[in-house]
Write a protein that binds this ligand. Structure first.
Ligand code: 5GP
Ligand code: MN
Length: 345
């Protein structure tokens, strides 16, 4: 059985806005991940199947390992084709905002979305949703936005309109936001939904291969370097930190997505509950933080306090404007020191 998590009046409201819209644009967050692209493409295929004019606009490109998704070549990237994106926003009757809680998460696109006259529906699972949408369907207790998309489509009575590409996209987001069902994945209903998707005709093993066994040799050489040369372990704090500078990324022909998942690796070390990954970009250091599911360690609080970011309890991100040396020193002397009592075993 699948319980009715989304309140009935919100389902009806979404259905009303959708029925009254002809042109619909779907947006999601910067550096789109499997759940951002999965939920967006799922909604795209569903809306296309019920004869809407539908487009997906993302702030920037997604990694190559998501490009097998059907129609992903139709996605408009705001940083590459702003004119086309602005045209779509201007003509939109309805905008679906997926997998982000507040407008800064969509970067330079925020103003255009905020100012668009279209109605907006936010579907998301991050805590503390913003107030830029008429309808907010926010469920932090659900492990992926793609699962919320499945639930909304189904509750609107449109289960028969979920075709295979839509089902594949839903599965992709559910899989990637749970580390292939290794965390945030204890809810039995996840597997009821997967069973429905399998009945529709998805091949889940093929999807796993497309996403996780589709990398370059350079990625693994970079991973080897990062783990052997750039991983600091702080056993007394049950923490670890991996760093990569621009120069180091370049040495391994770094491409978007090549460092995906690195931040999770130290959590496989016995005793480590908190992992950080710092990677240098042109003008800042991107930060990813993870904590063990059952540790209760609030990575989102750390990101809000120190890294101008946020996220979920066990997975969050942000950025720092300082050199790598300064960022490492700040992590050791300020962040680990501040949380010493929580991290000590
Ligand atoms: P990742 O480490 O994969 O980049 O991000 C993990 C999670 O942290 C994302 O799913 C998202 O919820 C959150 N996150 C990442 N970067 C940011 C950021 O700059 N600001 C906020 N508010 N959340 C972020
Ligand atoms: Mn997500």
């Amino acid at each position: 059985m699948i319980t009715k998590i989304i309140p009935e009046e919100k389902v009806m409201h979404a259905k009303h806005l959708m029925n009254n819209a002809e042109n619909i644009v779907i947006v999601s967050h910067k550096s789109p991940d499997g759940d951002a692209v999965g939920s967006a493409m799922a909604m795209y295929h569903f809306l296309f199947s019920i004869d809407k004019n539908v487009s997906v606009v993302l702030p920037d490109r997604f990694p190559d390992f998501l490009s097998w998704m059907q129609c992903s070549e139709e996605v408009v990237f705001y940083n590459e084709n702003k004119a086309r994106a602005d045209e779509l926003f201007a003509a939109a009757d309805l905008i679906f905002a997926l997998d982000f809680n507040t407008l800064p998460r969509i970067g330079d696109m925020a103003e255009a979305v905020d100012e668009a006259k279209a109605d907006k529906i936010l579907l998301d699972h991050h805590p503390q949703p913003g107030h830029f949408a008429q309808l907010i369907i926010s469920h932090p207790e659900i492990s992926s936005t793609s699962e919320i998309v499945f639930r909304l489509i189904t509750r609107m009575g449109h289960f028969p309109d979920i075709n295979i590409p839509c089902a594949e996209a839903i599965y992709t987001g559910m899989m990637t936001d749970t580390g292939a069902f290794t965390y945030n994945s204890d809810s039995p209903e996840i597997y009821v939904i997967i069973s429905r998707l399998l009945n529709i005709g998805i091949e889940k093993d093929r999807i796993y291969n497309n996403v996780y066994n589709n990398h370059s040799a350079d990625r693994f050489r970079l991973m080897g370097f990062a783990l052997s040369e750039r991983m600091r372990v702080y056993p007394e704090h049950r923490a670890a930190l991996i760093t990569l500078t621009m120069e180091e990324k370049k040495r391994f022909n770094y491409k978007k997505g090549d460092a995906e998942g690195f931040v999770n690796i130290p959590l496989s070390i016995k005793g480590i509950v908190f992992s950080a990954f710092f990677r240098e970009e042109e003008d800042k250091i991107r930060i990813s933080l993870r904590s063990q599911n059952d540790s209760g360690f609030p990575t989102n609080k750390v990101c809000q306090t120190y890294y101008n970011g946020g996220g979920h309890l066990n997975a969050s991100g942000g950025e720092l404007k300082m050199s790598m040396e300064e960022a490492i020193a700040h992590f050791e002397n300020t962040v680990l020191a501040e949380y010493e009592s929580e991290l000590k075993s």
